[in-house]
Design a protein around this ligand. Structure first.
Ligand code: NAG
Ligand code: NAG
Ligand code: NAG
Ligand code: NAG
Ligand code: NAG
Ligand code: NAG
Length: 686
């Protein structure tokens, strides 16, 4: 089998050389098209895949228009001036994204870029440096392959109390619900046999001490190495590289994440990785493992890849935009606001994984506990060894399947109400809230969860501000005058800090509130609260808190962003909820229980364009324009104001330290049930 394949490959190489020779001789260029080679089989080498990406030529006109609009969109980015310099050394941010983009603009206008890929990655790099999971530009053209190696890494110790843990080599072919189909056959066919190495300690990676290599990788989080920062501090970024348990797949099934070390959404920057391992038998072994790629885009030649993937949908953008708002769901704007970080795997990979689900019975990650409620992204259990302790696992705050927003909100509310009451009836007195890997979702879903736990609180969430430019001020004036409530800038969607509805736009965005941040003159709205109605009775049947603050403890791996962060921060800041944090860099002694962007809302570029069109300001010289390419671009849209440590201004800069920090061990890293029993014993005893 292997020989035949090698022979076939040698033949192909010969053919392409021959084609090159022929075309050189005849003066006609038709060497085998790199994108045809890259899309011809399910798995190809990363070299072959990347050759397709860089074969898309740089286009100066098109690129100038992209960079110009990203710079104009910065006025909507509420963290731009804050992130120039962080006042909190525990949460470093020293990035001037405007200056970075202006540099890209200069290069685009002068020397240009080697290829379209190099241009797009330069823009992505500028936003990725912010390490703000809400704000990122990703051209479809640069994200049309999924890059994979057959192993993941988990940093494991012998005991949860060890001060240091060690990177461990995990063959990832059998990870449940991770879409690894065909990967093993591919690696076996090219002579890479990793199964015997499973469980080895990783000593070095590319010649560097493994822990140092991984911490550096997490610290740099370079898009040129295929990594998106997304989380603000190094521990969650490190955890994102790692394999870890979660339930964040399409159907909410339990899984073991491949982690960003083993799977990248962008070209990993090298075609192989060399690791020195100490096998479980004690032998030392050095292996070089090539990256493999699978094509997720459309097109089978460079020309069709450009038209069907890179430029796809450009013509219909305006039409799509008009439809977006009204066709999603009937729920009002307030309920559709989102704070969510992009999922770990690209959509086609997630959906492929969702289609070939590993049934719960055969899933080693799945807890074997009595369920007191399951709804899409929410699971409620009673522990077996600590029957006075219940578990509420919030896997995320939005459905990844086709559950509609309203059905989702009702389901979360009903499941919490029935589940927590049933737990109490079964003698449960304490609750573990697991939020490991929760990347956020609907702000309203987080609010329903908060209001269910504290129904007597006036308002479940944090005050917020929008950034306010002259253009935004004019958008808000049009929204106020129209009174139709199609715009997020409609003052009547918000309440003042006494939770009274705003009466006019002068209480909100016009006039702006000037602020000097990091030496830059900036402006924001007045502080406001989202309008979730007057009473929790609209969203929950709880009238008194089912448990007290001291009865809860979070189980976290630091990956908790956006709505998850707002939810967890609120429980911590208002009700003193404690936390048990697992993992992080091998020798970290302290972590946040939430490590992701805490800014309270994300907006998409299409929404920004939609709002401008709505206000009749889309041709204003200050307005960003539709991209001439297909790209996903999202922006952190407003800042949350904390209840504690207000001296640093925004929730982003409050370091929310764990109560206790533990290592993942060989025994429990892929078994949440064991983690929960351990935490129950640690925090609540018997
Ligand atoms: C470059 O992009 C512009 C603007 O999108 C387009 O009109 C032009 O045809 C492109 N040029 C080439 C050579 O593809
Ligand atoms: C980008 O470069 C173009 C061409 O040099 C220039 O006209 C434009 O002002 C620049 N835009 C920004 C925001 O720097
Ligand atoms: C690409 O796909 C088209 C349509 O399916 C087909 O006609 C064409 O032969 C394919 N080209 C290559 C190079 O595979
Ligand atoms: C699940 O737990 C029950 C009750 O403790 C036990 O009988 C059963 O064997 C367990 N199943 C698995 C797959 O571990
Ligand atoms: C806006 O409403 C507030 C509260 O009712 C009121 O005090 C204020 O005068 C109003 N401002 C304008 C400009 O109407
Ligand atoms: C409260 O309970 C009633 C009846 O049991 C149910 O119809 C209603 O939907 C519940 N309300 C909420 C907000 O869950």
């Amino acid at each position: 089998m292997q020989n035949t394949d090698n022979a076939a490959r040698a033949f192909l190489t010969m053919v392409s050389l021959l084609l090159l020779v022929l075309s050189a001789a005849s003066g006609i260029v038709h060497a085998a098209d790199p994108c045809s080679l890259a899309s011809a089989s399910t798995w190809v080498s990363s070299k072959v895949a990347h050759a397709c990406e860089v074969n898309v030529p740089f286009n100066k006109t098109r690129s100038l228009s992209v960079v110009d609009s990203t710079i104009k969109a910065l006025q909507y980015y509420s963290l731009e001036t804050w992130f120039i310099h962080s006042p909190n050394p525990l949460i470093p941010h020293d990035v001037n994204v405007r200056a970075l983009l202006e540099n890209v603009n200069r290069t685009t206008a002068t020397t240009g870029y080697k290829s379209d890929w190099d241009f797009n990655i330069a823009i992505t790099d500028a936003f990725n440096k912010e390490a703000d999971g809400h704000t990122l530009y990703a051209a479809a053209c640069t994200e049309s392959f999924s890059w994979n190696i057959p192993f993941s890494i988990a940093t494991l110790a012998d005991s949860p109390f060890d001060k240091t843990a060690f990177p461990t080599f995990l063959v990832n072919y059998d990870f449940p619900n991770q879409g690894r189909a065909g990967l093993e056959d591919y690696f076996e066919s090219i002579g890479v046999h990793v199964r015997p190495l499973d469980g080895s300690r990783v000593l070095t990676i590319d010649g560097v001490d493994a822990s140092t290599y991984l911490v550096n990788l997490a610290t740099e989080s370079s898009i040129f190495k295929g990594l998106v920062g997304a989380y603000e501090t190094v521990n969650p970024r490190y955890m994102r590289l790692m394999s870890r348990y979660s339930a964040d797949t399409v159907a909410g099934l339990y899984t073991q994440e491949v982690g960003r070390f083993g799977q990248r959404a962008f070209y990993p920057g090298a075609d192989s990785v060399t690791v020195t391992l100490q096998t479980p038998q004690g032998a030392k072994k050095t292996v070089t493992i090539p990256w493999a790629a699978t094509f997720l885009g459309n097109g089978n030649t460079t020309a069709s890849f450009i038209s069907e993937t890179c430029l796809a949908g450009v013509d219909s953008v305006a039409r799509k935009r008009k439809l977006t708002r009204r066709s999603i769901d009937a729920s009002p704007i307030n309920q559709r606001r989102k704070a969510v970080v992009a999922p770990e795997a690209q959509d086609p990979v997630r959906h492929a994984a969702g289609g070939a689900q590993v049934a719960p019975a055969a899933n080693i990650v799945q807890p074997n506990l009595t369920s007191f409620g399951h709804f899409v992204t929410l699971d409620i259990y009673q522990l077996a060894d600590h029957p006075k302790v219940g578990v509420v696992y919030f896997q995320q705050f939005e459905p990844s399947d086709d559950t509609g927003a309203n059905a989702y909100f009702d389901g979360i509310s009903d499941t919490l109400f029935s589940g927590l009451n049933a737990l109490k009836a079964a003698g449960v007195e304490k609750i573990i809230v697991d939020n490991s890997g929760n990347r956020g979702g609907f702000i309203f879903a987080g609010a329903i969860a908060l209001w269910s736990l504290w129904p007597q609180d006036l308002y479940p969430g944090f005050p917020a501000v929008y950034r306010d430019s002259d253009l935004i001020r004019r958008e808000s004036d049009v929204a106020a005058a129209s009174g139709l409530g199609e715009s997020e800038y409609s003052y009547f969607f918000y309440r003042d800090l006494n939770y009274k509805l705003f009466q006019n736009n002068s209480q909100f965005l016009d006039p702006p509130v000037p602020q000097v941040i990091n030496g830059v003159q900036d402006a924001y709205s007045k502080q406001f609260l989202d309008d979730f109605g007057d009473s929790s009775a609209d969203v929950t049947n709880f009238t008194t808190p089912p448990f007290a603050g001291e009865d809860y403890v979070f189980v976290a791996n630091s990956i908790c962003a956006s709505t998850c962060s707002v939810f967890s921060s609120y429980l911590f800041q208002k009700h003193g909820v404690r936390s048990a944090v697992f993992g992080g860099t091998p020798s970290a002694t302290v972590s946040q229980f939430d490590g992701g962007v805490k800014g309270s809302e994300i907006t998409s570029y299409d929404e920004i364009l939609f709002e401008l069109e709505l206000a009749g300001l889309d041709t204003d010289p200050a307005a960003p324009q539709p991209f001439p390419v297909s790209a996903a671009f999202t922006v952190n849209f407003r800042n949350a104001i904390p209840y504690i440590d207000q001296k640093d201004g925004i929730l982003e800069y409050v370091f929310e330290a764990d109560t206790k920090k533990y290592q993942f061990t060989h025994d429990q890293f892929n078994k949440p049930q064991k983690i929960w029993e351990f935490v129950a014993e640690e925090f609540f005893g018997h």
